[in-house]
Design a binder for this molecule. Structure first.
Ligand code: ZN
Length: 425
């Protein structure tokens, strides 16, 4: 359309030159002016929807929130609109972080803080979100451009910086503690941090900051062969932090930068990235809007479609000092929290005193707790071809004497003897 209008302007210029009567030339100038206005309108930014003051549940095609507000009517979420009061920080706007940012934007999150230092490249086009015309833009600027078009109600703050530099680190801290968006919040100015960075150094910075500021955060990671990933909820002092169980290669003191080989890059698939981003935001929504059960750890193995879950307790020998301080604080408040939880459970049990089904037509009986344990263990069985990297902690808590773990018992006895010999010296 733009080219057509420019062609018309050129034709009008030629027509004007061929006319000798000044009054005819004035008429051509008048038409030219109108075509110029049309050209500038055609080049202007695409029309954006105006901001919406309150989220409405009204079922009309023009309501951007009708499908989300329906979660209330379906009894899943008590107050969906409360999502507008939350601030979420996303560190790393790559294959997972950008998709997570788009999902939260479409859900109408109140405020998003976006951190990345990188620029968009053609090599990123195998993933979702970024477009070829954004190549060369910083990922944060490109993200703000797209997200503000999708939902202008979301407050977007972008930080083009590297959090592993001194200046980047300081800006990172000050932005997280800025409470101008919501004065009511205690502590920091954000409700949750999503760590979607792709290197250990940056992960440790996010870990350190969250342990220091007592901020909850989800960590999302995808393996470099692109066929597995996981998400993990880190609650300072309550669950394992990132330093509590570092990867073996890092614990061995190897600099991760030396692991990269020239001309070799990590593989990535839009599918695996999309699945992990989906799991991440699903749990973020459950956490913020208080529905369902939030997974403390959820893995994804694409080759077997296997989704392991587990809980990781903090390591009392963690190398991160703030983590140890948070662990001590948590141990102090834990008895009171357990008592409240126990009282709540008992209240719920007493509320269902009356038999739910007075006449048991089908002779259904409640299965004994012991069977549940057996069932739970059998569901832990791995699909064929997968092996656990680490042994199950229960094996050590409840050792059973069998041919299979005679070696383990011997190893423990051996270790005990070695320790006794050391103490004797
Ligand atoms: Zn720790």
């Amino acid at each position: 359309m733009e080219a057509e209008l420019k062609g018309m302007l050129s034709d009008l210029q030629n027509l004007k030159s061929s006319l000798s009567d000044p009054s005819h030339q004035a008429s051509v100038d008048h038409i030219r002016l109108r075509v110029e206005n049309l050209t500038s309108l055609a080049m202007a930014e695409p029309t954006r929807r105006s901001k919406v003051k309150d989220m409405s549940a009204e079922v009309v095609d023009s309501n951007p929130y009708s499908r989300l507000m329906a979660l209330q009517r379906m009894g899943i979420v008590e107050n969906y609109e409360s999502i507008r009061g939350f601030s979420v920080a996303i560190v790393g706007i790559g294959g997972v972080g950008s998709v997570a940012a788009e999902m939260l934007t479409r859900c109408g999150i109140g405020r998003l803080l976006l951190y990345d230092y990188d620029t968009v490249e053609l090599a990123n086009m195998n993933r979702l979100f970024f477009r070829p015309e954004q190549v060369g833009m910083t990922k944060t600027d490109a993200a703000v451009q797209t997200l503000s078009e999708i939902n202008p109600d979301v407050v977007l703050e972008s930080f083009t910086l590297n959090i592993t530099t001194v200046q980047g680190f300081e800006t990172f801290i000050s932005s997280l503690t800025n409470k101008s968006y919501s004065q009511k919040k205690e502590g920091t100015g954000v409700d949750l941090v999503l760590s979607c960075v792709d290197n250990y150094e940056a992960r440790m910075v996010v870990n350190q900051v969250n342990n220091l500021l007592l901020l909850l955060f989800f960590f999302a990671g995808v393996s470099e062969d692109a066929v597995s990933g996981h998400i993990q909820l880190l609650i300072p002092g309550e669950t394992a932090c990132f330093a509590c169980a570092p990867p073996l290669v890092v614990a061995s003191g190897v600099d991760e930068r030396t692991l990269k080989r020239e001309g070799v890059c990590a593989a990535s698939l839009p599918t695996t990235m999309g699945v992990v981003a989906g799991l991440l935001v699903q749990n973020t929504l459950k956490f913020l809007l208080k529905f369902g059960q939030v997974s403390p750890y959820l893995g994804y193995n694409a080759l077997k479609d296997y989704f392991p879950t587990m809980t990781m307790k903090p390591n009392p020998q963690c190398s991160n000092r703030p983590c140890l301080e948070r662990q001590k604080e948590y141990m102090l408040i834990k008895p009171a929290r357990d008592a409240v939880a126990k009282a709540k459970r008992e209240e719920e049990l007493s509320a269902i005193d009356i038999p739910i089904h007075a006449d048991n037509e089908w002779n259904i009986s409640v299965v004994d707790d012991c069977d549940d344990v057996i069932n739970a263990r059998s569901s832990d069985a791995l699909p064929e071809g997968l092996v656990h990297e680490l042994p199950n902690a229960d094996v050590y808590k409840h050792p059973t004497v069998s041919n299979e773990n005679v070696d383990t018992v011997d190893d423990l006895e051996d270790l005990k003897r070695q320790l006794e010999a050391l103490n004797a010296d």
